[in-house]
Design a protein around this ligand. Structure first.
Ligand code: UD1
Ligand code: UDP
Length: 375
């Protein structure tokens, strides 16, 4: 029997790991499965754990107010050691490119434990964008033994870095599995956040859904984004709904500039099903998020990405995403075009599935069934 330890810490990792945890738990005769959360995020992680009904076996509870990269990285490495020594997994599964991902992979490597990387091979090829995620995922690729790449282009990125071809599995992205689960559950869920967004969305105004949290946008970037949102709210017949990330720097910046403005609704981070409901209901999405760039094409929602570089070119190529950076005039202008140019809107609203059909967890688990601990 293989012992498998999932390690994750932030909201997007939890969303993308949840379907995989559930899938692996279906095979108790083959896998002894444990979940360790670093709780790099606390409230935003707990929202996801509650929705997917996942109870961690180990909760390191590491989040501190206004944590920094140095302190968190050190504490993940240190706190992982007793967990790894206690459970002695054959495999540690990490996801994506956060501090938790890279530090947990390193902690496992130090003890000679094999690492599987879910969502491997994403690259902008610019080490400063996104910061520090591009380096986190490159470090994780160097450490990992098995690489579950979402797409062919992610596989090619890994091959160029001399990762052995037989250790790369193109599996799609578990985000589609999670999204499909949420879409199913949203219909019957009694989640209060769903009631909140349903109430807010009443009326004929087009809804622009906004999120933002990237470090490289702090300062001028966020300043410009807020300016753009204010202009859009004043000049277009829209309702802007913005669930604000709990990072205190983001909270402060956004609330200081956008509180109490007409047509702008600032909310707490929404539960995953409520956010999915709102994505479906919205007219367009403005974001710097990675995961939302993957979910929106499945829903056929146009996304304007407020970043200079993306590691997810598939949705740009399929026409669902336009890169607008953080230039206020460009954000306002592109929103205006999408609100008034029906042809453009129709082209950007085609549904696409570059990240798989929602079977990624099954593909990964089937693969793991055939590998052995000493492979
Ligand atoms: C992290 C990831 C980023 C991912 C994002 C998802 C790193 C380096 N970055 O960025 O890749 O896109 O999560 O949202 O790992 N906070 C709270 N409550 C919460 C969550 C966060 O107060 O529920 C606060 C933390 O205390 C911290 C700040 O928000 O001060 C930032 O959190 P952190 O995990 O350090 O980085 P993120 O910007 O969230
Ligand atoms: N999301 C959510 N509630 C919100 C905003 C986003 O559940 O209020 C979900 C969203 O659907 C996506 C994920 O969170 O699956 C994206 O997380 P985030 O943008 O924080 O991180 P990134 O994907 O950029 O790493």
């Amino acid at each position: 029997m293989l012992k498998v330890l999932f390690v994750f810490g932030t909201r997007p990792e939890a969303i993308k790991m949840a379907p995989l945890v559930k899938e692996l738990l279906r095979y108790p005769e083959q896998f002894q499965t444990r979940v360790c959360v670093t709780a790099q995020h606390r409230a935003m992680l707990d929202q996801v754990l509650a929705f997917f009904e996942i109870k961690p076996d180990y909760d390191l509870n590491l989040m501190t107010p206004d944590q920094d990269l140095h302190g968190l990285t050190a504490s993940v490495i240190t706190a992982m050691k007793p967990v790894l020594k206690d459970f002695k997994p054959d495999f540690v599964l990490v996801q994506g490119d956060t501090t938790t991902t890279a530090a947990a992979a390193l902690a496992a490597f130090y003890l000679g434990i094999k690492v599987c990387h879910v969502e491997a091979g994403l690259r902008t090829h610019n080490k400063l964008a996104p910061f520090p995620e591009e380096i986190n995922r490159r470090m994780t690729s160097v450490i990992a033994d098995y690489h579950f790449a979402p797409t062919e282009s992610a596989r090619e990125n890994l091959l160029k870095e001399n990762i052995p071809a037989d250790r790369i599995i193109v599996a799609g992205n578990t985000v589609v599995d999670a999204l499909l689960l949420a879409l199913e559950m949203v219909e019957t869920s009694r989640d209060p956040d769903i009631e909140l967004v349903k109430g807010l969305s009443e009326g004929d105004q087009k809804i622009i859904l906004v999120t933002g949290h990237r470090r490289e946008n702090f300062g001028d970037g966020f300043e410009n984004i807020c300016r753009a949102l204010k202009t859009i709210a004043q000049t277009e017949d829209v309702k802007i709904i913005y669930p604000v990330h709990l990072n205190p720097r983001v909270q402060q910046m956004v609330h200081e500039r956008l509180d109490e403005l007409q047509n702008i609704h600032l909310l707490k981070p929404l539960s995953y099903p409520a956010f999915v409901w709102l994505m479906k209901r919205s007219y367009l999405i403005l974001t710097d998020s990675g995961g939302i760039q993957e979910e929106a094409p499945v829903l056929g929602k146009p996304v304007l990405v407020m970043r200079d570089a993306t590691e997810r070119m598939e949705a740009v190529e399929s026409g669902n995403v336009i890169m607008v950076g953080t230039d206020a005039a460009k954000i306002v202008g592109t929103c205006h075009d999408l609100l008034h140019d029906e042809g453009l809107y129709a082209r950007m609203s085609q549904k696409h599935n570059p990240y798989g059909e929602g079977k990624t967890s099954e593909i990964i688990v089937q693969y793991l069934k055939n590998v052995t601990g000493d492979a």
